[in-house]
Design a protein. Structure first.
Length: 342
């Protein structure tokens, strides 16, 4: 393929999409955040699937770390299949769906509102059923995505959630970090990780590690690797991988450790070096490793925004690696853009 793929174009558009979100949806994010602060909820539930669920997992860590509010993921089938009714007075329901059309996500959002929750929807389709069902429908303004693999909509969902909580907690430092993020993401697109390709040449699987917010990013990276490259990948906490999954690690086994500059960085680096000592081919986004190979990365200066350039660099890598394998990353086998689960 000689022309740019849709996926590559969309990865390159991420910085502009984030700017568009912060400018265009800034008021509703501020209003929703202020309302959450006034209500002082006991807990937050998230409702999402696929890449959107990885954004929700990222935001679980962010909400718990910034606001001290416990967050739980609720399976959409609780409403759509089982018809159960949850008691959600004094809570916030955060639903995330790029299309806003999945019947089970919509059903759970409606049921949450009926159960007493304040409902917030992050969606890339402002006239969707999910948006219409929510108290605060937030347009993430990612723009049209042609590639099946979601990239800019994932990043914008995560950024929208961070902005929401920054307004809720009146965190001036996080708001400033978000305003600086577009240029940092632009630099992240240019980080070349293709040295990983050689380690994958004769392998059938890849471990991707993270911890805290970067564990959610690792889960998103593993999904995109499977989607675009037709190879197996598994995300693990840098703590959990040292238990049962360690049995699979042998000489040359490829491992990518996504370390952010937060309180978990030292432990992720320690795990990366421990796996490298066992002969694994380990690549890490930190300067703290002694044996694992260091990948170029962009540091943002804030622990909650720091994981986001890592996924942008990874998106650029998997698009290039898919083409290297002779695949079209825009058209993964057996997949389509919108899956309307029930």
């Amino acid at each position: 393929m000689t022309d740019l793929t849709h996926m590559r174009r969309e990865v390159e558009e991420i910085p502009d999409a984030v700017t568009r979100l912060l400018d265009g949806s800034g008021k509703i994010l501020a209003d929703a955040g202020a309302d959450i602060r006034r209500r002082n909820p006991h807990f937050v539930i998230t409702v999402a699937r696929g890449s959107s669920d990885h954004a929700a997992s990222f935001l679980k860590y962010a909400i718990e770390l910034t606001a001290g509010i416990p967050v739980a993921s609720v399976g959409p089938s609780i409403a759509s299949i089982y018809g159960a009714k949850l008691r959600l007075a004094g809570t916030v329901c955060l639903s995330i769906s790029q299309s806003g059309k999945s019947p089970d996500i919509v059903a759970m959002s409606k049921q949450a509102k009926a159960g007493g929750a304040l409902t917030v929807a992050l969606t890339n389709t402002p006239d969707s059923p999910l948006a219409r069902s929510a108290d605060y429908p937030i347009d993430i303004l990612a723009g049209l995505e042609r590639s099946v693999a979601a990239t800019k909509s994932f990043v914008n969902s995560a950024v929208a959630g961070l902005a929401l909580m920054a307004h809720c907690t009146e965190d001036v430092g996080l708001l400033a970090a978000l305003s600086n993020l577009p240029e940092q993401l632009r630099a992240a697109v240019g980080c070349d990780w293709m040295e990983i390709a050689e380690a994958l040449e004769d392998e059938q699987s890849l471990f991707i590690l993270g911890r805290g917010p970067s564990y959610a990013i690792a889960s998103e990276a593993a999904l995109k690797f499977k989607e675009t490259c037709g190879m197996h990948a598994e995300a693990y906490s840098a703590a959990e991988v040292m238990h049962g999954p360690l049995a699979l690690v042998g000489p040359g086994f490829p491992v990518l450790a996504l370390a952010a500059r937060d309180a978990s960085e030292a432990s992720v680096a320690e795990t990366a070096d421990a796996l490298a000592a066992k002969g694994a081919a380990v690549f890490a986004t930190t300067q703290r490793t002694g044996q694992a190979r260091k990948l170029p990365h962009v540091a943002t200066g804030h622990p909650l925004t720091d994981p986001l350039p890592l996924i942008v660099s990874f998106y650029a890598f998997v698009e290039a690696f898919a083409r290297y394998r002779g695949l079209n990353p825009d058209e993964p086998r057996n997949l389509r853009k919108v899956t309307e689960t029930r």
